[in-house]
Design a protein around this ligand. Structure first.
Ligand code: C5P
Length: 218
């Protein structure tokens, strides 16, 4: 496809979502928060009492997600679930359902539908490796474990959730280990990805680096 894509992959809380939104805003492009699709699948399962071993039902939940991305809001069956999907318990279950191949297969076409003119910035774990292998620019965004735990802590507090930094650290580590070690679409940089360590950078600096790399390629 001629429609340009920038992919931003990386571990949990590396700043992918914030950077993707900002880069998309500057370029006037669409944005795909692929993690939200896994979180929505997880939330659906939690609500319906579907357990991690009920693979067929989880895949169905993924295939039939009734979701609308409306600006900053995410609506499922018309209900605002923007805050609900950010809970740690949902992220934790999301990383379990994300290890299931039928779930990933069910979400693949839906993710590719986000590729619309004039362009797309997509963030997740496998955007550059599996979903958009022909992306024009692939970024692998990393940050130290400490920086990521602090960012996630601030995010949760700002959203009105209670949070404990040690618990978050342990949770991030467990989630990253699961995402990196799984068989299907593990978290790993694409061969042609550029690595960006945001530990010592603020959001503007990180966004500008991505934009500079993109300009270099056009
Ligand atoms: O990025 P976020 O924390 O919202 O993603 C939640 C979970 O969804 C991740 O821990 C990961 O297991 C899964 N995920 C994935 N592939 C993606 C995006 C997210 O497996 N492209």
């Amino acid at each position: 496809s001629a429609i340009p894509v920038i992919t931003i992959d990386g571990p949990t809380a590396s700043g992918k979502g914030t950077v993707a939104c900002r880069v998309a805003a500057v370029l006037g492009w669409h944005v795909l928060d692929s993690g939200a699709l896994y979180r929505l699948t997880a939330l659906t399962c939690i609500k319906r009492g579907i357990g991690i071993h009920q693979v067929g039902q989880i895949a169905d939940a993924a295939a039939y997600l009734d979701v609308v991305f409306k600006g900053d809001e995410i609506l499922m069956h018309g209900q605002d679930v923007t805050a609900a999907i950010r809970q740690e318990a949902v992220g934790e279950f999301a990383s379990r359902v994300a290890a299931l191949e039928p779930v990933r297969a069910a979400l693949l076409a839906r993710q590719r539908e986000f590729r619309q003119a004039p362009g797309l910035v997509a963030d997740g774990r496998d955007m550059g490796t599996v979903v958009f292998p022909d992306a024009h620019l692939k970024v692998f965004l990393i940050a130290s474990a400490r920086a990521r735990a602090e960012r996630r802590y601030k995010q949760l507090i700002e959203k009105g959730f209670s949070a404990n930094i040690d618990e978050i650290s342990r949770d991030l580590e467990a989630r990253d280990a699961r995402d990196s070690q799984r068989l299907h679409a593990p978290l790993t940089p694409a061969q042609d990805a550029l690595r960006l360590d945001s530990s010592a950078l603020d959001v503007d600096q990180t966004v500008n680096q991505v934009l500079d790399w993109y300009k270099d390629r056009t």
